[in-house]
Design a protein. Structure first.
Length: 152
């Protein structure tokens, strides 16, 4: 079964990188065509470089099942390339890629330089354990966390 996703990218992301990400998603069974958002007015900035909206738990399960194949590694490389590329706009350097569940709105934030273990544990998450999010990878605790959910 192929998943369908909305892949929204900031105008500062090179087209080749957006296409690479869409191709890597296709290798993982996700149909997504990159849509470049219109440039923002001066002073307005998106909080992310890439937003991927889809049925998130199904996506994580599917990616976990492809972990033994090159498709998973290709997706990791594509995300790393998009987030690690020197942006045309220096303010974009710290902006992440966000995975958003299309039903609940729960978000997972992928920042530049995540270790391989972050991706390995990401595909094992049970999203029903979280209500608010966003989820971020805590490098010190070596786990995905939602601070708003922990405070509740």
């Amino acid at each position: 079964m192929e998943l369908s996703a909305d892949l929204l990218v900031d105008p500062g992301v090179p087209a080749a990188d957006a296409d690479l990400l869409a191709e890597a998603l296709a290798q993982c069974g996700v149909a997504a065509q990159a849509k470049v958002l219109a440039p923002r007015r001066a002073g307005e900035q998106l909080s992310w470089l890439v937003l991927l909206a889809l049925p998130l738990q199904t996506f994580l399960t599917t990616v976990g099942e492809t972990a033994a194949r090159d498709a998973y590694a290709g997706l990791r490389r594509a995300v790393g390339r998009v987030l690690g590329a020197p942006p045309s706009d220096p303010a974009a350097a710290e902006r992440p890629m966000v995975l958003q569940d299309e039903e609940t709105g729960l978000r997972i934030v992928l920042s530049a330089g995540l270790p391989p273990e972050a991706y390995r544990t990401l595909v094992q998450l049970r999203l029903t354990d979280y209500r608010e999010g966003p989820l971020h990878y805590d490098r010190h605790q070596r786990r995905w966390r939602s601070i708003p959910d922990e405070i509740r």
